[in-house]
Structures are given as structure tokens and as C-alpha cells.
Design a protein around this ligand. Sequence first.
Ligand SMILES: [Zn+2]
Length: 219
Amino acid sequence: MTPSKIIRSKRKTLSLTINENAELVVRAPKRLSIEKIQDFINEKEKWILNKTKLIEDQLKNAAINSNRLLYLGSLFPIIIKQSESNEITFNGEEFIANLIDSESLSLAIRKWYKQKFREIAIPRVAYFCNKHNLKINQIRIKCQKTMWGSCSSKNNINLNYLLVMAPMSVIDYVIVHELVHTIHRNHSANFWKSVESIMPDYKEQKQWLKLNGYRLRRV
Ligand SMILES: [Zn+2]
């Protein structure tokens, strides 16, 4: 097994990662010999094979689902029609994308997702704030590459609109998680206790995100 990429730097240890395209990337100290690197790779072969297969399967699933859109945890077909303007509508069973050209699809989907997420998430934030007597400053809906949500020291809540693809209970979990950060600014035992008091089954939602999060990033 040979790595697709060896990145050498001032680091002292070797590390192996499988990137988004299922390629093996090695990070190594500047002067470590290729033989030593190869030994390390051979030692970790089982892990590499498992991880590569997992990512390859994920890539395959994403390709199969490309003519369907995820919305609130379910996949719906998307029908593309030629039009003079870009607009996406959803009738409860399927999406209709009226597009000037096929290159507009991704942008149009993102626009629809963002709008829909705003409609869904803002009332949920208000609901949890009222019910649990929590106070926030502002809600910002954006697309953060690596985060589902965040809470600033000024209690501004940021939520990632790609969450609109996740089931409602998962959206609620991210909202509750960020709202609890207005009380606990860390992930201490007390933080998780508070999350659990609001959402007793939060571990299920957290696990869903961990397993399915990558599906929400393929738009
Ligand atoms: Zn957190």
C-alpha cells in the first residue's frame, strides 16, 4: 500500500489520514526515511483498509442519491426543467427545479435550503428559549464548513443551514446544544446534564450527526 501524498514538516511523529477522496495521506517528520514510513503503513494496514472502504462507500452513496434531495431526513426526487429563471419548489413529494441551465442547480438548492431552514429553525429557537428561560442575542443562519452550530460569548447563535437535510429531532439537538452554551461555555459534565434535561434522547441525535453528517455536506 502506497500513500497518495506524503506531507513533510517539522512534526515529530507520523500520522495517517484518509481524505475525502478515500486517499491515504501521510504526515511525517522532515528526515524520516521512506522505509520507516512504509513500515508504519504496513502496521496500520487493517485500519487503512477499513477507513478507505468506509469513505468509498460514502462516496458511492452520495453518487446514487444525486438525483434526489435530502430534506428533514428523507430523500425526495428532484425533477429538473428548463426555465427563464432559477427557482425550486417542493410539493411535499418531489422537488421541481426550474433552471436556466444545469450549472445553477447547486446554487438554487442552497438558496432553497437556506430559506427553508430559516423558516424552520427560528421558531424552534424561540420555543426552546421560552420554555427553558434562556436568553440569546442574535441568530445567524450560515453555512460553516466544519460546524453545525456555535454560540459566541455575546450569545449570538450561529446555525448551519445544511442541517435542513437532517431530521427535525437532529435540528432540535443542535439548537439545544448551542442554547445550553449560553449557560455552560464548555462541554463539561454539567453542560451535557443540562442538554439531557431539555432533550433526554440527545445521544441518539448526536450519533445521527456523527454517522450522517457527511451526507449533509454534499450539495
Ligand atoms: Zn458545543
